[in-house]
Design a protein around this ligand. Structure first.
Ligand code: ZN
Length: 173
C-alpha cells in the first residue's frame, strides 16, 4: 500500500468494517516524523468510528486486521477478564490483550508435540577365553529381550552358555 491521505484511509477502513461487519482489532503501522515504523493496536466495535487525529498519523504504511497469536499444543485459547481492573488475558498463557478482545481475535498456533525416541543401548560384555587367546562377546538386546554369545558353548547349550547365564543374573531378566 502506498501513501494514503487521511480521507482515503478513513473510507478504506470504513468499507472494511461495513463489508465484514465484525468487531475487530486493527493493527496500524505508520512512519513517524523520524522515519521509524510505529505500530498501534486499536480495537473497534462494528460501526464505531476511528477517532484518529490525522496530524498524529502521518503517511500510512499498513493497516490490517490484527490477531493475537497464542501457542499451545493442546488447549484452545480462552479469555479471562479481571473482575477488579477489567484487564483481559488469554489463558492459560496469561498474555495480556487489549480490552474488548474476543476469541475471534486470537490465532491459535499448535506447535507439534515432539515425540522423543529413547535409544536403547544393547548391553555388551567381553570375556577372555580360559586360554586367554580369544575374546567372547555376550550381548543383551533390550528391545527383543534376547541374549547372544560368540563363545563355542553357545552352540552346545542352545544359547544359554555360562556368559549368558552370568549376564542374565546381572540384568535380572
Ligand atoms: Zn558364552
Amino acid at each position: 500500500m502506498g501513501k494514503l491521505g487521511f480521507p482515503t484511509f478513513y473510507s478504506y477502513i470504513y468499507q472494511v468494517i461495513k463489508n465484514k461487519g465484525y468487531m475487530a482489532i486493527w493493527q496500524f503501522q505508520n512512519l513517524n516524523k523520524y522515519g521509524n515504523i510505529r505500530t498501534r493496536i486499536v480495537y473497534r466495535q462494528d460501526g464505531e468510528s476511528f477517532g484518529i487525529n490525522p496530524n498524529n498519523f502521518g503517511p500510512i504504511v499498513m493497516v490490517k486486521r490484527f490477531k493475537y497469536t497464542y501457542k499451545h499444543s493442546l488447549l484452545p485459547p480462552s479469555l479471562f477478564i479481571s473482575p477488579t481492573d477489567g484487564k483481559t488475558f488469554i489463558v492459560p498463557t496469561w498474555q495480556e490483550v487489549i480490552k474488548g478482545t474476543t476469541v475471534e481475535d486470537i490465532e491459535w498456533i499448535k506447535p507439534k508435540i515432539k515425540v522423543e525416541t529413547i535409544k536403547v543401548e544393547n548391553v555388551v560384555v567381553k570375556t577372555l577365553s580360559s586360554k586367554g587367546d580369544t575374546e567372547y562377546i555376550t550381548t543383551y538386546y533390550p528391545t527383543s529381550g534376547k541374549y547372544h554369545c560368540t563363545c563355542p558353548g553357545t552352540w552346545r547349550t542352545g544359547g544359554n552358555c555360562k556368559h549368558v547365564k552370568e549376564l542374565r543374573v546381572k540384568i535380572g531378566k
